[in-house]
Design a binder for this molecule. Structure first.
Ligand SMILES: Nc1ncnc2c1ncn2[C@@H]1O[C@H](COP(=O)(O)OP(=O)(O)OP(=O)(O)O)[C@@H](O)[C@H]1O
Ligand SMILES: O=C(O)[C@@H](O)C(=O)CO
Length: 436
């Protein structure tokens, strides 16, 4: 029986966690947890908000929600529940983690959730900074760049659920919130944290509630993190996590083996529902190195049972020989076609449902214990089907994608939850060599 959340504590008396994080998807949560571990915080990730108290002795907790694309009202409710639990565990500062590509729609959920968290924490100001230079996301004069091009030219304009058609984050966030949105630009960041703090006070005095913050490289994020040390709430991608642990360095526990995982043996599979450019390239590469099955969204709608059982039969035939890839990922044109026929939400949910069932069968019946999952929504569905309660965070395969081991499953599983646009082209083949 694997550890459960209530059994992860070490022998000495438990200190209270300092940083409480709420992530709006599961891959984003492991990304954040891995940045925090890397920067010196012992971190535990929970899947959803636990209904039991935390027993683990950690510096930070990341509650992984699947709230990025659900109705804003539900996202608020889930985020406030997570906040309440994190406060009960003693957390002092809070971090709302969203995607480094600011995935959202005019209805939310970044604006509405930020507003609700600000209100609950009785604060009139917070920052918003999705920059993650390690994965080539930077913010310059309020414009978000991904892989060197404006967000709306990066492929994100074709995202199945949250197409991003404007790179100007002041405008994008402004459309989602009743707060006035301001900007702390790179010229201020380059003057150091005292200048950023002064700018925060000036913006506050002007009635600005949320400031988009430029950050072009990691030094900008370190400066911003220092300037945020007194803010009850920060909102960001995972990049800001690089600098927050230093604000409380003298209070952190021992971190030498913060990323050490126990080895997990068993069969290996890759599940992908991500249609992002990086994942499509990784699939192209992986298909040349391992057996693969494509799940067609339209075929799933026509004859779900036949398609899912066919994929499982194929996997069963090849799993003993090495990893098997099962993917629904498709080009923007194919996704658009499936969405026109089935509906945007419906197509996504159908594929997620199939991925969840396949994951449960792979693990429960076919002996898979080591699993790569590509896509945040897809990871949410898979982790839910496997009954995972929490994750221990290990070494990174590529920036933002660590190996993890599960808490709460019948046996421990090794999982790597890959954000759609993360990872090098050979991610799906090299990950196995980097396992604990
Ligand atoms: N062929 C397809 N047709 C329509 N929808 C699809 C298809 N394949 C996958 N999907 C859906 O597209 C969505 C992809 O979102 P997901 O979050 O999993 O990936 P991502 O956005 O690339 O990853 P991340 O959120 O980590 O950046 C899911 O809801 C998935 O079910
Ligand atoms: O910030 C990112 O890009 C990722 O952690 C993520 O949230 C993708 O879903």
């Amino acid at each position: 029986m694997a550890d459960s959340l209530s059994k992860t504590g070490e022998r000495r008396p438990r200190a209270r966690p300092i940083l409480g994080c709420i992530a709006d998807d599961f891959t984003g949560a492991t990304d954040l947890a891995s940045q925090l571990v890397g920067a010196g915080m012992r971190t535990l990730q929970t899947i959803g908000t636990p209904d039991i108290p935390l027993e683990a002795d950690v510096d930070a907790v990341v509650v992984a929600l699947k709230s990025r694309t659900i109705p804003a009202k539900d996202a608020i409710e889930q985020s406030i529940r997570a906040l309440d639990w994190l406060r009960e565990q003693g957390c002092e500062q809070f971090y709302f983690k969203y995607c480094s590509t600011f995935d959202s729609t005019p209805a939310g959920n970044i604006g509405p959730v930020t507003e609700a968290l600000m209100e609950a924490l009785e604060t009139d100001f917070t920052v918003a900074c999705p920059a993650l230079p390690a994965n080539r996301r930077s913010v310059f004069n309020g414009y978000l760049f991904a892989n060197g091009v404006p967000l709306n030219e990066s492929g994100m304009q074709d995202h199945p659920l949250t197409p991003m058609t404007d790179a100007n984050l002041v405008r994008v966030l402004g459309a989602q919130t009743r707060h006035t949105v301001g900007l702390i630009d790179y010229t201020t960041l380059r003057q150091g944290d005292a200048a950023v703090s002064a700018r925060i006070e000036a913006l506050r005095a002007e009635g600005v509630g949320i400031a988009i913050c430029d950050a072009i490289d990691n030094d900008d994020l370190l400066v911003l993190a220092r300037a945020c040390r007194e803010l009850p709430l920060v909102t960001a991608g995972s990049g800001l996590a690089l600098g927050l642990p230093a604000n409380v360095a003298e209070r952190l526990g021992h971190t030498e083996d913060a990323a050490r995982l126990d080895p997990v043996a068993g069969l290996e599979a890759v599940l992908s529902g991500s249609c992002s450019r990086a994942t499509l390239a990784q699939i192209e590469h992986a298909r040349q190195h391992m057996p693969s099955v494509h799940l067609d969204a339209q075929a799933l709608a026509d004859d779900y049972r036949r398609v899912v059982d066919g994929a499982l039969e194929h996997a069963e035939a090849y799993l003993e020989a090495g990893p098997v890839l099962i993917y629904a990922s498709a080009s923007p044109e194919e996704v658009r076609l499936a969405q026109q026929r089935l509906g945007v939400q419906e197509a996504g949910e159908l594929v997620e449902h199939a991925m969840a069932e396949i994951a449960a069968e792979l693990v429960g019946r076919l002996g898979v214990r080591r699993l790569l999952v590509a896509g945040g929504e897809t990871s949410g569905a898979v982790v839910g089907a496997l009954g995972v309660q929490g994750l221990r965070i290990g070494e990174s395969i590529d920036p933002g994608v660590p190996w993890t081991t599960t808490l709460g499953t019948d046996e421990p599983l090794a999982l790597a939850l890959k954000s759609g646009n993360f990872g090098a082209t050979d991610f799906m083949t090299k990950a196995w060599k980097l396992m604990p």
